[in-house]
Design a protein around this ligand. Structure first.
Ligand SMILES: Nc1ncnc2c1ncn2[C@@H]1O[C@H](COP(=O)(O)OP(=O)(O)OP(=O)(O)O)[C@@H](O)[C@H]1O
Length: 124
């Protein structure tokens, strides 16, 4: 394989990885109610931000929060899938893995709501 072919296959791999990532997001959106709720909240927050004229800094914080929330939810789904793949039986470790991941999502969600309230209350 010459240099040009190798470069094309590098780009192809790069493009494929985007395709897989998008497929993961799309599959999760189709299958997970929580993810759908988070996407809906993200849209609402963005509309609210436009209506309230968030500052640049506020947008940066908000985008980190909603983006982080969606990313956390995707990781949580990934972990649930792996646990289900490993065992369909009741197992204390499966429970502890899933509950810990759910706890991570919960902590981030609570912090996001608190920070969101602080930002929005600034505009009233
Ligand atoms: N194999 C298992 N062994 C023991 N406990 C489990 C097992 N699978 C799930 N659980 C428990 O049941 C809860 C619900 O698991 P489930 O796989 O339905 O995910 P979930 O929390 O409902 O998430 P989602 O609604 O996003 O799918 C887990 O948080 C865990 O406490």
């Amino acid at each position: 394989m010459d240099l040009k072919d190798r470069r094309i296959s590098e780009w192809k791999r790069f493009y494929e990885s985007f395709k897989f990532a998008w497929s993961g997001i799309f599959q999760t959106f189709k299958a997970e109610r929580n993810f759908q709720i988070h996407v809906f909240i993200t849209v609402l927050v963005c509309i609210g931000g436009l209506a309230l004229h968030f500052t640049k800094f506020e947008w940066i914080v908000i985008l980190f929060l909603v983006g982080g929330m969606l990313a956390f939810e995707l990781m949580n789904t990934a972990l649930e899938r792996v646990v289900d793949l490993v065992t369909k039986e009741f197992h204390p470790l499966a429970k502890s893995a899933k509950d810990a991941a759910a706890g991570a999502v919960f902590i981030y969600a609570i912090l996001s709501v608190i920070i969101g309230i602080i930002i929005v209350s600034n505009h009233f």
